[in-house]
Design a protein. Structure first.
Length: 309
C-alpha cells in the first residue's frame, strides 16, 4: 500500500507511482514528481501533450485512488461563465418577484437579497469544485482548455491563483479547502503565460516502447505476448511517419483490445487493413498505412523482433 501523509495524500514520489500503479496507471518518475509537488504545494497542475497520451486519465485515476469526487469541466469553443461557473435560477426569481408583488412586499433591499440568495444560485463545475465537504476536496479536471478562448482563460486566473470566484450579485466564494486541480491541453493553440504561471507544468509525451508494452500488458491482459510486442513495435514505428494524427496510447489499447476480440495471435497485412479504424482516425492516414508504407513497417517490425529473439 502506498505510504500516505496525515492529509491522506501520498507522502513521497515513490508513493505516487505506487498509488497510480495500483489503479492501472503507469506513471514515469518525472510525471510522478510534478504530481507529488502539485499535491504538496496545493498548486494546479497543467498537463500538455498530444491527444490520447493519458492526460485526462491522470485526474480520473487520482480521484479514484484518493477516494475523492471528480468534477470535470469539459471545455469547448464558446464556453461561458453561465455554463462553467454559475447562473441564477431565473424562473424561480421571477416567481419570487410575482409573490412579492401579490403579497405587497415593498422592501426592495430585502427582495434583492432574497432574489440573489444561495437558494437561487445554480452551481456549475467551477463553483462545485470550490464548495466541498470538509476533508474531501475534489479532483477538479479542466479538460482541453485550449478549446476555449482567451476571455475564459482570463476568468480562470482568479480560480487558479486564489481558489475563489467573485459573483457580483452575491460576493466572493472561496474554497475552505483547495481542490486538486488538473488542467489539460492538446496544444491546438497556445495557452496564455498568465495562466501557466499559476500552475506547475508537465509535458506528457508518447510512451517509450517498454512503457507502452507494460501498459498493454496491464490494460489488455488477454492479448498474447507475441501480438503485444508486434502491436507496440508497429505503433512506435508509424508514429515516426508524417501522419495527420499519430495514434496515442488510448488508440494502442483499443487496437490491442480489438485484435484480442478477433482472436488474432500475430499481425498480418489483412488484419491490419481490416482494423486500422481502431488505431487511426483520418482516412488519409488509413489509406497511407494500408498501402506500401504499412507493409514496409510490418516487415521491419517482424525482422527486428526476430533478431531480438
Amino acid at each position: 500500500m502506498a505510504e500516505t501523509s496525515r492529509t491522506g495524500l501520498p507522502a513521497s514520489i515513490d508513493a505516487v507511482i505506487e498509488l497510480l500503479s495500483a489503479h492501472d496507471y503507469l506513471a514515469g518518475r518525472p510525471l510522478a514528481t510534478v504530481l507529488f509537488l502539485a499535491l504538496r504545494m496545493q498548486r494546479p497542475l497543467f498537463l500538455e501533450g498530444e491527444a490520447g497520451v493519458g492526460k485526462t486519465e491522470v485526474a480520473k485515476v487520482l480521484a479514484k485512488a484518493l477516494d475523492r469526487p471528480l468534477i470535470r469541466l469539459q471545455c469547448y469553443e464558446g464556453l461561458d461563465v453561465a455554463s462553467a461557473v454559475y447562473e441564477w435560477n431565473y424562473p424561480a426569481q421571477m416567481l419570487e418577484i410575482r409573490l412579492a408583488e401579490a403579497t405587497g412586499i415593498s422592501d426592495r433591499d430585502r427582495l434583492e437579497h432574497d432574489l440573489f440568495s444561495e437558494r437561487h444560485l445554480i452551481r456549475r463545475p467551477v463553483l462545485q469544485a470550490l464548495q466541498c465537504e470538509p476533508g474531501r476536496a475534489p479532483v477538479f479536471l479542466i479538460d482541453e482548455l485550449d478549446r476555449t478562448d482567451e476571455a475564459f482563460e482570463a476568468f480562470l486566473l482568479e480560480v487558479l491563483s486564489d481558489f475563489q470566484v467573485s459573483i457580483p450579485e452575491f460576493g466572493t466564494v472561496k474554497a475552505t479547502e483547495p481542490p486538486i486541480v488538473i488542467v489539460t491541453s492538446n496544444r491546438t493553440r497556445e495557452v496564455h503565460d498568465a495562466l501557466k504561471r499559476r500552475c506547475l507544468y508537465h509535458w506528457v509525451d508518447y510512451p517509450k516502447a517498454a512503457e507502452e508494452l507494460a501498459i498493454i500488458r496491464r490494460k489488455v491482459p488477454g492479448c498474447n505476448e507475441q501480438l503485444s510486442r508486434q502491436i507496440v513495435a508497429y505503433v512506435q514505428k508509424i508514429r515516426t511517419i508524417d501522419l495527420f494524427k499519430n495514434p496515442g496510447i488510448a488508440e494502442t489499447i483499443d487496437w490491442a483490445t480489438a485484435l484480442t476480440e478477433l482472436d488474432r495471435l500475430a499481425l498480418d497485412p489483412e488484419t491490419i487493413a481490416d482494423t486500422l479504424g481502431t488505431l487511426l482516425k483520418y482516412q488519409e492516414d488509413i489509406a497511407r498505412i494500408q498501402g506500401g508504407e504499412g507493409h514496409k513497417v510490418l516487415s521491419e517490425v517482424k525482422a527486428e523482433l526476430l533478431a531480438a529473439g
